[in-house]
Every structure is written in C-alpha cells, then in structure tokens.
Design a protein around this ligand. Structure first.
Ligand SMILES: *[C@@H]1O[C@H](CO)[C@@H](O)[C@H](O)[C@H]1NC(C)=O
Ligand SMILES: *[C@@H]1O[C@H](CO)[C@@H](O)[C@H](O)[C@H]1NC(C)=O
Ligand SMILES: *[C@@H]1O[C@H](CO)[C@@H](O)[C@H](O)[C@H]1NC(C)=O
Ligand SMILES: *[C@@H]1O[C@H](CO)[C@@H](O)[C@H](O)[C@H]1NC(C)=O
Ligand SMILES: *[C@@H]1O[C@H](CO)[C@@H](O)[C@H](O)[C@H]1NC(C)=O
Ligand SMILES: *[C@@H]1O[C@H](CO)[C@@H](O)[C@H](O)[C@H]1NC(C)=O
Ligand SMILES: *[C@@H]1O[C@H](CO)[C@@H](O)[C@H](O)[C@H]1NC(C)=O
Ligand SMILES: *[C@@H]1O[C@H](CO)[C@@H](O)[C@H](O)[C@H]1NC(C)=O
Ligand SMILES: *[C@@H]1O[C@H](CO)[C@@H](O)[C@H](O)[C@H]1NC(C)=O
Ligand SMILES: *[C@@H]1O[C@H](CO)[C@@H](O)[C@H](O)[C@H]1NC(C)=O
Ligand SMILES: *[C@@H]1O[C@H](CO)[C@@H](O)[C@H](O)[C@H]1NC(C)=O
Ligand SMILES: *[C@@H]1O[C@H](CO)[C@@H](O)[C@H](O)[C@H]1NC(C)=O
Length: 840
C-alpha cells in the first residue's frame, strides 16, 4: 500500500504541491454533505487550454493509473462558465514528465445555466443532489420522488450514482445522458443525445440524436423536426420502443431492438478497439464523433465521425439558407433579384437572411425562387415527403404561409409525380456532386417580392416624366454610339495582329484562352461569388468537370498586348505554394483570369475561432506558415524576375484540401492600367494592418514590405485573431500593440491561441515561430530577414536573430478603430484615405 503513495502523488499532483501523506480523495460521499465552488477544494488543477477543474469525487482507474472519472466543477477557458460535470482526467509518467491531457467532459448538470464562484452542491437524503448558484438560485436538482438517499458514488465507468440504504441505485447519471456516451453506457429507446449550441455555449442546441424502433435518427429541431442523418433498419418506423437500446462497447456501437438482429454491431468507419477508454459525443455541428485516449502520446484523438464526414451534409454548416459547396458557403444565386444577403460578410458560414422578410400579411407577393442542383440533408426521409406532382407541391407551399421552401424529387424521369417536402425553416443546402443520386430534384425557396409601386402620379406629371425620360435616353444612346465608334476604330486594326502573336494557350503548360461566353457559362453568369478584392471579383465556376475560380478584373483599360505579356509571365510561374493560373480571357472590354479552385477557401476564414469550424491544430498551422514562406521566397528569389506581392494577407492565402497554403493575386499589379498603377500602389494595394510602416510613411517599398506582411500573418495564425480586431476592447484591438507589451514584460505565452490544442507540448516550437514573426516585424526594414532566411529558420537550419527590437508600433499615430467600425478589411479606398490622414 505504501508503495502506491508516490504514484498517487504523481496522479494527483496539482500546481500547489501537496504532501503525499495528506493527499486523499473520495469516490463516495455520504449524505448529508455539501460542497462550495471555491479555491478551497483540494483536488483542483488548471490545464493548458485554459480550462480548470475542481474535483469533488474521483474514482481512480482500477489499474491504479490511467484515465479516471471525476465529478466536480469544470470550467472552460476563460473560466467564466462553470458547470457541475463528470469528466475524464488522466495523468501518466514518461520521459517527458508529468502530463495532463485536457479533461473531457461527458456529462453536465443544466447546461443552459453556468454557475458562479461560491455555488453550492448539496447532497441530502430527501432531495438527492441540488445545485444552487452563488446568489442562492436553484440551478438543478435530481428528481428522486420520495425515496431516501444514503450517499453518492462515482463508478469506474463514469456513472454517478445516488444509492439508498441498501446500496441500490436511485438515480444515475447514465440514465440522463447529455451529449455523450462512454463505454458501457446505453441509450434507451426514446432517449436523446442533444448537442450544445456551439463550441463555447453549452446550452442545448437544436441538433439531437434519438433512438427509435427503426434505428438511430438525427434531427434538427424545427417544427416539425427535420431529419438529417439516420442509421436505420426501417427508416419509416419512428415509434418509441422502450426495450430498444444502443450501447457503446469496446470499439463498436451495439444496437438492441426487435428490428435489428440481437446485439447487432454497428461498426462504423474509424472504429478500432479502445486502447483505454472511448466516448462518443454529438457535437454542436451535428457530427457524432468517437474519441479515444492514446496513452503513448498522452492525447485524446478523434477516431472518426460516426455520421458522414461530408461537412456539407449537415443542416447548420452554412446556417439558414446557405448553400454549401465543398465547405464554402454562399447565398442562393441572385439571378432574378437581390433576395438574400449574408448574415455576416466575414463569416459566410453563419448563413443568409432574406433581404425582405417573408410576411403572412402580404401573401400575394410571395414567389418561389428556383435553386438548381442542390440537395437537402433529409432527402432520404420518405416519411417527411408526400407524393404529389411538382406544380401541386409548389402551389401548396405558396398557399401555406408557414412553408418557407419546398424540395421536390422525382422517383424516375418517366413518372410525373414525385416527392414533395415542405420546409417550415430552411437550413443549409448542399451543392451536389456529379455522382449524387439526387439529380432529379429541385428546390424552391420562398421570397417576398417588393410590391409594385402604386400608380399615383396623374396624367400631366406622367407625360412630363415620360417626355423628359425619352429625351435623356436618346441623348445617352447617341453619346454611347459615338464613343463606341471611336473605340472600335482605334482598336480594330491592331487586334488581329496581336492575337496571332499570342496563341499562347497552344504551348504546353500555358494557360488556356477562354471566350467571355465560355466563362459566363462556366460561372453560371457570374452568380457564385467567392470573394472580392482590390483587383476584381472572384466567382466560382466549373469547366469540364473541374472547379475553377474566375477573377473578373476591374480597371482594365490596358492594351491587350500588354495584358497577354503579363499573362504569359504569370502563367509560367509554377510552385506548390502559389495558386496556379490555368486560363484567361481577353476581349475588347473584358479581362478575366482563371485559377485552380481551392476547396478550403482563404486563410481568413480559419484564423479566428468560430462556431462552425474546428480550430486548426498546430501541425496544420505550421504547415501553412511554412507554405506561405516558401511561396513568397520563390516569388522573390527563385523566379526569373523578382515579383513583389504587396498585399500579403489571409484573404490572399488560399488552402487546398490538404491545407497546403497557396498565395494568390501575385503579379497582378502589372495587369492594371499602367498609368493608374502608380497612383494605385498607394490607393489600391496594401491593406491596413498588413502594410509595412515605411511604405505608408515614406512610400519606400522593397521586398521587405512583403516580409513585414508575412510577419503579421504569422502572428495572426499563432494568436488565432486578426491584427486589428475592432470587436475587442479598446486596449486589445491591435495585436501588435499587445505583442509589444507582452514582449517587453516577457509574457508572450499569453498571446498563443488557446484553441491550438495541447499548447504545452509545442510551447518551445510556437515561441520560436513567434520570435521569427517578431524578426519579420522589425520597424527598421533592413533588420528584417530575407524570405530565404525565414525558410531556413522554419527548416531548422538557421536560428532567429537574437537582438530583436521589441518596438513594433511606429511613433507616428497608427491605425485605430473608428467609432462604429467593425471591419478592418472593409473598403480599401476608405482605409487608405484614413492612412493618408495620418501621414504627417
Ligand atoms: C472525503 O470524505 C470525508 C468524510 O466524508 C471528508 O471528511 C473529506 O473532506 C472528503 N475528502 C475530500 C477530498 O473531499
Ligand atoms: C488556476 O488559475 C487561477 C487563475 O489564474 C489561479 O488563481 C489558481 O490559483 C490556479 N489554480 C491552481 C490549482 O493552479
Ligand atoms: C465567496 O465567498 C467568500 C466567503 O464567503 C467571499 O469572501 C467571496 O467574496 C465570495 N466570492 C464571490 C465571487 O462571491
Ligand atoms: C412515496 O412512498 C410511498 C411508500 O413509501 C409510496 O407508496 C408512494 O407511492 C410514494 N410516492 C411517490 C410519489 O413516489
Ligand atoms: C461505489 O462504486 C464502486 C464501483 O462501482 C463499488 O465497488 C462500491 O461498492 C460502490 N460503493 C457504494 C457505497 O455503493
Ligand atoms: C447560448 O445559446 C442559447 C440558445 O441557442 C442562447 O439563447 C443564449 O443566448 C446563448 N448564450 C450566450 C452566452 O451566447
Ligand atoms: C438511412 O435510411 C435510408 C432510407 O431507408 C437508407 O437507404 C440508408 O441506408 C440509411 N442510412 C444508414 C446509414 O443506415
Ligand atoms: C417499416 O415501417 C413502416 C411503418 O412503421 C411499415 O409500414 C413498413 O412495413 C416497415 N417496413 C419493413 C420492411 O418492415
Ligand atoms: C415498429 O417497430 C416496433 C418495434 O420493433 C414494432 O413493434 C412495431 O410494430 C413497428 N411499427 C410498425 C408500424 O411497423
Ligand atoms: C439484446 O437482445 C437479445 C435478445 O433480444 C439478448 O439475447 C441480448 O442479451 C441483448 N443484449 C444485451 C447487451 O442485453
Ligand atoms: C478493446 O478490445 C481490444 C481488442 O479489440 C483490446 O485489445 C483492448 O484491450 C480492449 N480495450 C478495453 C478497454 O477493454
Ligand atoms: C445542374 O446539373 C446538370 C447536370 O450536372 C447541369 O447540366 C446543369 O447545367 C446544372 N444546372 C445549373 C443551373 O447549374
């Protein structure tokens, strides 16, 4: 027994050192007892992700070490929300020393109501457990009827049990699951797992999983609920079979119901035998994920998704009305008017809203907007679909005000009727892939069209307006004609000759030339907008079954020949970390560039933590940081001609399916009209927050301008936030101001993004990269490294300069968040004028 004590000491070592002799823990407590959420609770610890626990009951793994279950107060960063929870804690000893993998919460009392310091948990024989907040309000209690509780026990499988005088259970946490199941735990017929609202808000969300007679069904709670996933033997039988149950075993999910074979094992992709312990959780994004603890690395790992891994198949991925396309969210195409807008332009995944709300007072102005080639998550849900013909289906929806959209699917092409599904609430659609079985389907979304204006003006007024209008039109037409005539004369003779010189698409590896019509078709008339920048607007399209991104340039008065010369130059540049130009279009008025399509979008969508995306782990972040450096290095040093980018920022870093970073928009400054380009260097190029100070103070530019912007981007990746974030409190708005403070007070660790995961194990590496970023951010441009030096540091063949200056903010006034301003990257011109105001 005595030999166990050192081991216990290791296990229960908490930041303040406790003598092994005085260290003890309870897995059982006898009523009456009470606990107060305060620092006085001895079993407490802080974790690297900012979460902390105060354990009240702990059941050591029977092996004496390993993953163990505890019940107590848990809070996640920044520890404003505390819950009474059951969690898995772990400690191991290996050559790396003491490890504290982040605790995993598997159950919580009243997730809608976090508690405060001094909240009280009481165990009494009349009411079992009751939880009162610091202010005395009742948060949660166990419902035990008039039975009498003798005590409480946490078992080695993580079940919190209230037992009576005969040790028989009265209440068990296993019978009241929240969003997770641990090994051995069962979900009974009719019971649910309900996902949290978001990663940080644990209030019950709208997605839930329920066990019914026909199988496992996952719904989004709407009126009526909409099915989004099923694992079923008979999808139609939705009756509650109380005798059915679903158990998480070692490496499998067992289903016991009369419709399944006894103990039918549902082995899903990703399942392997448990090394120690596993649990599944229905997460805020609707995925049912299986986690496993790997003691060799001391980390919890995600074994797999028990539902589909296709993000777009989940109803909330792109919010309301969003259309999901390879992980990118857009609003329904605006072919016949401007009916939808993004809820937040910077976060397309939050979905769209109708520009004009649908009102039941004005049903005559309801119309159905046709959305082509989309599927809706519950296409397989036969129960929800009724069998009628398509016109009837649309008519029914228009006549029923609570119907917000219909999804219609034909059984087969030769039958006139199909399945009609009316939605009372519209969640995300998925742009279906070519192999999709749902090609015979259509979706129609209801919109409110503006009422036609009342014809109020009388006879004379009308005539006057008409005459005046006609006159104006005529004048305009004449002048347009004259202008066109001149233009045509000017350009016609030279065009043919130029085109012959530049049949560049016939050379292998060179970009293909498209006609404007071809690109118009490929992009569905420029409807799927991917983004907008200083050079023009980017649209999604597809060409011979490949996704493409088409950039339509603005301000392109440049001669065709010069444009073609530049296209040739850019088309020659091939590097894994540069977005490849695959085609172009040039005619009298249009200049378009065609690029490969990047399914993970631009880096800005991944920088800050948001509800709908898993934060990037450290190895992915490092991969991106390295990729950008290599791309820039190639542009500056390995290319035939040196190319300065001038606008390195997360919006211009695209990510492919493997999270390879690819720089876009390089070489474009030369595609813009030459005369304008000098003016535009200041006006159009560069984005506030990424521009090197010497550039906007003195106008001096060199490749060190790109090195500086790179430093800003690296800081943003490490810190999980934008450089200028006007949504923060005033003192936190500017990341570089914080960097200067923390560097001077030697508290740089505070800046690291808490969402990186196990920061502790990568701390040294992260700090090294932060030093590298600070090197790039030196105010004196001659003290910044070259991009090849940056790459060498990343490849560990060189170390960061040690005598760095910790002044990152130039002495003249810098960027501030204007009152009411929320978006730093909003209008480039507007922001430039602000910069100019501040240039002395
Ligand atoms: C364990 O239980 C005993 C008796 O109920 C109590 O005195 C002691 O404080 C408990 N220990 C902890 C760590 O809660
Ligand atoms: C955990 O962090 C809090 C706040 O930083 C601190 O007050 C407390 O002492 C720490 N607890 C332990 C056990 O280290
Ligand atoms: C908790 O209670 C202690 C002692 O009664 C008191 O000193 C402290 O201020 C309280 N804390 C809060 C946050 O109410
Ligand atoms: C209370 O207990 C009595 C017997 O002890 C039992 O007959 C009665 O049904 C119980 N009432 C409830 C509501 O459980
Ligand atoms: C508490 O649970 C453990 C493990 O399940 C069991 O061995 C023990 O008898 C229980 N204690 C009480 C008092 O029920
Ligand atoms: C958490 O989510 C619920 C339901 O979605 C919402 O009502 C509540 O306001 C959210 N709480 C916070 C702090 O955002
Ligand atoms: C869901 O139900 C459909 C329709 O019955 C069925 O074809 C499909 O296989 C089910 N999905 C799973 C994963 O069982
Ligand atoms: C599935 O269930 C439905 C309704 O519950 C029933 O009508 C149908 O016969 C069942 N199908 C099979 C194959 O058992
Ligand atoms: C649904 O399944 C339950 C349990 O397996 C069965 O008893 C019931 O008859 C089924 N209902 C229908 C309509 O098939
Ligand atoms: C599942 O049901 C079958 C019979 O219906 C039974 O033999 C088996 O023991 C059940 N499995 C479990 C884990 O209880
Ligand atoms: C789970 O099963 C595997 C074999 O499939 C076995 O090696 C492992 O020890 C089991 N784990 C537990 C925790 O029982
Ligand atoms: C829908 O898909 C079909 C077949 O893939 C294609 O022919 C058609 O052009 C698409 N329609 C739209 C509007 O994208």
């Amino acid at each position: 027994m005595a030999s166990c004590l050192p081991l216990l000491a290791i296990l229960l070592y908490f930041s303040f050192s406790v003598e092994p002799q005085s260290l003890y823990y309870n897995s059982t407590a006898i009523a009456p007892t009470s606990w107060i959420n305060s620092p006085a609770i001895p079993l407490s610890t802080n974790y690297s992700d900012g979460s902390s626990v105060r354990a009240l009951l702990l059941r050591l793994n029977p092996a004496g070490f390993g993953p163990s279950f505890a019940a107590g107060f848990y809070c996640f960063y920044p520890c404003k929300s505390v819950f009474f929870s059951i969690f898995i804690v772990y400690a191991i000893r290996d050559e790396r020393g003491l490890w504290y993998p982040i605790p995993q919460v598997i159950w919580s009392a009243n997730r809608a109501h976090p508690i405060s310091e001094n909240a009280t948990l009481q165990l009494t024989s009349q009411s079992g457990l009751t939880l009162h907040d610091g202010d005395g309000s009742l948060i949660w209690t166990t419902d035990i009827g008039n039975q009498s509780v003798a005590g409480i026990n946490i078992t080695e499988f993580g079940n919190l049990v209230l037992f009576d005088i005969n040790n028989s259970p009265i209440w068990q946490s296993w019978e009241h699951p929240t969003d997770s199941l641990v090994m051995g735990q069962s979900l009974a017929g009719g019971q649910r797992l309900t996902a949290s609202s978001s990663r940080t808000n644990w209030t019950e969300g709208r997605l839930y999983l329920i066990l019914l007679a026909g199988g496992i069904f996952a719904f989004v709670n709407s009126n009526p609920p909409q099915l989004y996933y099923n694992i079923s033997s008979n999808i139609s039988n939705r009756s509650v079979d109380k005798s059915a149950f679903l158990t998480l075993g070692n490496g499998s999910l067992y289903m016991n119901s009369s419709l399944f074979k006894p103990n039918e094992r549902i082995v899903l992709k990703g399942f392997v035998g448990a090394r120690n312990i596993q649990y599944i959780r229905l997460e805020y994004d609707g995925h049912l994920r299986l986690y496993d603890f790997d003691s060799s690395t001391g980390q919890w790992i995600l074994l797999g998704d028990l539902f589909t891994e296709d993000y777009c198949a989940y109803p909330t991925f792109c919010g309301h009305y969003g259309i999901c396309n390879n992980g990118q969210c857009t609003c329904p195409a605006e072919t016949s008017g401007n009916y939808f807008k993004l809820v937040d332009d910077r976060q397309p995944q939050l979905g769209c809203s109708t520009v004009t709300p649908i009102t039941c007072e004005d049903v005559n102005n309801h119309e159905l907007l046709t959305i082509s080639n989309v599927s809706y998550p519950n296409y397989v849900d036969d129960v929800a679909f009724s069998r009628i013909d398509e016109d009837r289906c649309k008519k029914d929806c228009l006549e029923n005000c609570s119907c917000k959209a219909v999804v219609y699917r034909y059984f087969d092409k030769n039958v006139s009727d199909g399945r009609c599904f009316m939605l009372s609430e519209v969640f995300s659609f998925e742009n279906y892939k070519s192999e999709s079985p749902y090609t015979n389907s259509s979706a129609y979304i209801k919109v409110q069209v503006a009422p036609s204006p009342p014809h109020s003006r009388g006879g004379l007024g009308k005539i006057l307006v008409f005459t005046f209008g006609t006159l104006l039109c005529l004048l305009a037409l004449i002048s347009i004609y004259l202008v066109c005539l001149r233009k045509v004369e000017e350009t016609q003779d030279s065009e043919e000759a130029e085109d012959e010189d530049f049949n560049i698409d016939q050379l292998p590896g060179m970009p293909t030339r498209f006609s404007f019509e071809e690109l118009r078709e490929a992009t569905e008339n420029f409807t799927k907008k991917l983004g907008e920048g200083g050079f023009g607007t980017v649209f999604e399209g597809s060409w011979s079954n490949e996704r493409i991104a088409v950039k339509r340039l603005k301000n392109t008065e440049q001669a065709r020949k010069d444009f073609l010369v530049e296209v040739v130059a850019i088309g020659r540049i091939h590097h894994i970390n540069l977005v490849r130009l695959t085609g172009y279009c040039v005619d009298r008025v249009n200049r378009l560039l065609v690029y490969e399509y990047m399914c993970n979008g631009s880096l800005d969508q991944w920088i800050s933590c948001n509800e709908w995306r898993e934060p990037l782990d450290w190895s992915t972040r490092l991969k991106i940081i390295t990729g950008i450096a290599k791309g820039l290095c190639y542009l500056q040093e390995d290319c035939r001609q040196k190319i300065l980018h001038f606008d390195i920022k997360p919006e211009n870093i695209l990510l492919d399916e493997k999270f390879n970073a690819k720089i876009s928009d390089f070489g474009l400054s030369k595609l813009i009209d030459r005369e304008m380009s000098r003016v535009m260097t200041l006006q159009m190029r560069g984005t506030l927050g990424y521009m090197a100070p010497e550039w906007w103070i003195t106008g001096e530019v060199s490749e060190k301008v790109d090195v500086y912007s790179y430093g800003v981007v690296v800081m943003e990746i490490l810190c999980g936030r934008r450089n200028i974030d006007c949504s923060q409190t005033k003192e936190n708005q500017h990341l570089l101001v914080l960097l200067e403070q923390k560097a001077k007070s030697n508290e740089l660790l505070d800046l690291i993004d808490k969402n990186i995961g196990d920061v502790n194990s990568y701390e040294g590496e992260i700090m090294n990269i932060m030093q590298l970023a600070m090197w790039c951010l030196q105010l004196d441009s001659s003290r910044r490294p070259s991009m090849s030096a940056v790459v060498k540091v990343l490849e560990r063949v060189m170390v960061v300069e040690t005598s760095l200056s910790y002044n990152f903010i130039p002495s003249i006034p810098t960027i501030t968040c204007a009152v009411g301003q929320v978006d730093q990257s909003a209008a480039l011109l507007a922001s430039t004028s602000r910069v100019q105001d501040q240039i002395p």
